[in-house]
Design a protein. Structure first.
Length: 498
């Protein structure tokens, strides 16, 4: 009879096979968004749906269920092993309730929807995407119904991306951000202070922007042996601790957009690359879901890449590529932190109004899933709420409800984690600055101390801890929005003298 240790080892091998299969699917998805010719969609959708079905079968197999039952009854497991069992049990129980054919249909539908979304966005034609969006909404309703027919379906979907902070917490944070940021934004817009918003005006060649982005990644310490930079219609990061790839996009009238997106994706990649190599393929070598993941990208983007210290370091390098730029580091800092009047695009949004974008998307997709909003109504509701929350109305659906890729992936429930992660980034930044003179180190281009702090306090733990426990391990406190609101209030009141 097999010993429990042997059973655990066999269980881990089963979990690793599942992880490797999902990793292969991730590479195919990356290729579809970055390199695959558009005509490849019919084959790719079948490839991805097959891998998705195989993964579902592995996760829900009788062998996996038997292993989980036996290991949960074993008193001899140590804490890290118990964490692996906990994480796999959670995923197994959810997946076991979902029929395999629904998994396959959803995978195929999302693969097909990506190409349709890209075409609809390019042609500013929501009607082209609407049938696919309607199909995906129904598939995710069905998915939520199978998992827990008595629960709020949106809460079920949200738990796929953040299983340990509940939807009530997310709603509470988003409500607080809306209530406290809107008055701050109003004071800023009434301010007479004029920031150096024209510091980067003009046209900036995309190839030179890419070279500048690569230099920024060099300075930050991106490991090119385990990563690469490409362009895509929507910036994203994909991979693991051995291969974490980032993408960005370039607008020749907005060099800061590509740069901040690149630094943002670097934060995601740095988290992946910091996960323990020896635990690859298990939850101990996997990220702790999207609130923590987004905290890493927002920490690097905002608490490093939008600081005056960063611009004192990086501006000379930027000017090597664009000698005509006459901005000072202070000018660059002000330009990077301006609060926009005409803020249409989420990924190009400033640090404050960004969260109104999240509130808008959260409300719309929650109503879609609940059946309180018809897909055909999305453009009108989007534009109305954009005008209400941000004071600007999109002229096209391409710059409105078609701007994000997430719905083509059926990622309903994903958006709140952007704001939850920004909140956590500020809490981590506060903790970091208790131990490090971060601005001095950034100014000197010394990023090893920050990377080491994040490794010790966040990355090395993988998914060993739940999100609340990891936050307490890293910061000594419970998850809170206090530090984020204190940080942005102090920063922007000083910038705008309001």
């Amino acid at each position: 009879m097999a010993t429990e240790q042997t059973r655990y080892d066999e269980f881990v091998e089963r979990v690793q096979r599942l992880s490797y299969l999902q990793g292969a699917s991730g590479i195919l998805s990356w290729d579809q968004q970055v390199m695959m010719p558009g005509g490849g969609t019919p084959a790719r959708s079948r490839q991805l749906s097959t891998l998705s079905t195989m993964g579902h079968e592995l996760l829900t197999s009788d062998e996996m269920a038997d292993d989980l039952d036996a290991l949960e009854a074993d008193d001899g497991l140590v804490a890290p092993q118990e964490a692996v069992v906990r994480e796999v049990r959670r995923k197994h129980d959810r997946a076991a309730r979902v029929p395999g054919d629904l998994v396959e249909r959803t995978s195929r539908a999302t693969s097909e929807a990506l190409n349709v979304w890209e075409q609809a966005k390019a042609e500013d034609d929501f009607d082209t995407f609407a049938p696919k969006l309607e199909e995906l909404v129904q598939l995710k309703r069905d998915y939520a119904e199978y998992i827990d027919p008595d629960a709020d379906p949106y809460a079920v979907l949200f738990a796929d991306y953040e299983p340990y902070l509940d939807l009530e917490t997310a709603e509470r944070v988003l409500t607080r951000l809306r209530e406290e940021l809107v008055p701050l934004i109003d004071r800023i817009r009434e301010s007479d202070v004029e920031l150096a918003v024209d510091a980067f005006s003009g046209q900036f060649d995309a190839e030179k922007q890419e070279a500048a982005s690569r230099d920024a990644l060099d300075i930050l310490g991106y490991d090119w042996d385990r990563g690469r930079l490409d362009t895509s219609s929507h910036p994203f990061t994909s991979g693991n601790q051995f291969d974490a790839r980032v993408t960005t996009r370039f607008d020749e009238s907005d060099p800061l957009g590509a740069l901040t997106a690149t630094i943002h994706e670097f934060g995601h990649a740095q988290y992946m690359l910091g996960l323990p190599d020896e635990h690859y393929g298990t939850p101990l070598g996997d990220d702790r879901d999207l609130t923590v993941h987004e905290s890493q990208s927002r920490l690097w983007e905002n608490h490093v890449g939008r600081t005056e210290a960063w611009w004192e370091l990086f501006l000379p390098t930027f000017k090597d590529h664009f000698p005509a730029v006459e901005a000072s580091p202070r000018d660059a800092y002000e330009a990077a932190n301006q609060v926009y009047e005409d803020n249409l695009i989420r990924v190009e949004a400033d640090e404050l109004t960004y969260h109104m974008h999240i509130v808008l998307r959260f409300e719309i997709e929650r109503d879609l899933i609940a059946g309180d909003l018809d897909v055909t109504e999305v453009p009108q509701v989007w534009n109305d709420r954009m005008e209400e929350y941000l004071g600007v109305r999109p002229e096209t659906d391409a710059e409105g409800c078609l701007q994000d890729i997430h719905w083509s992936h059926a990622n309903f429930g994903y958006f709140p984690t952007y704001s939850l992660g920004s909140v956590l980034a500020a809490q981590l930044d506060h903790a970091v600055r208790q131990d490090l003179d971060l601005d001095t180190q950034v100014r000197a281009g010394q990023f090893d101390p920050l990377r080491e702090w994040l490794y010790e306090n966040v990355h090395q733990h993988g998914a060993r801890y739940t999100t609340p426990d990891l936050v307490r391990e890293a910061t000594g406190e419970d998850y809170t929005a206090d530090y984020f609101l204190d940080y942005v209030t102090e920063k922007y009141e000083r910038l705008y003298d309001c």
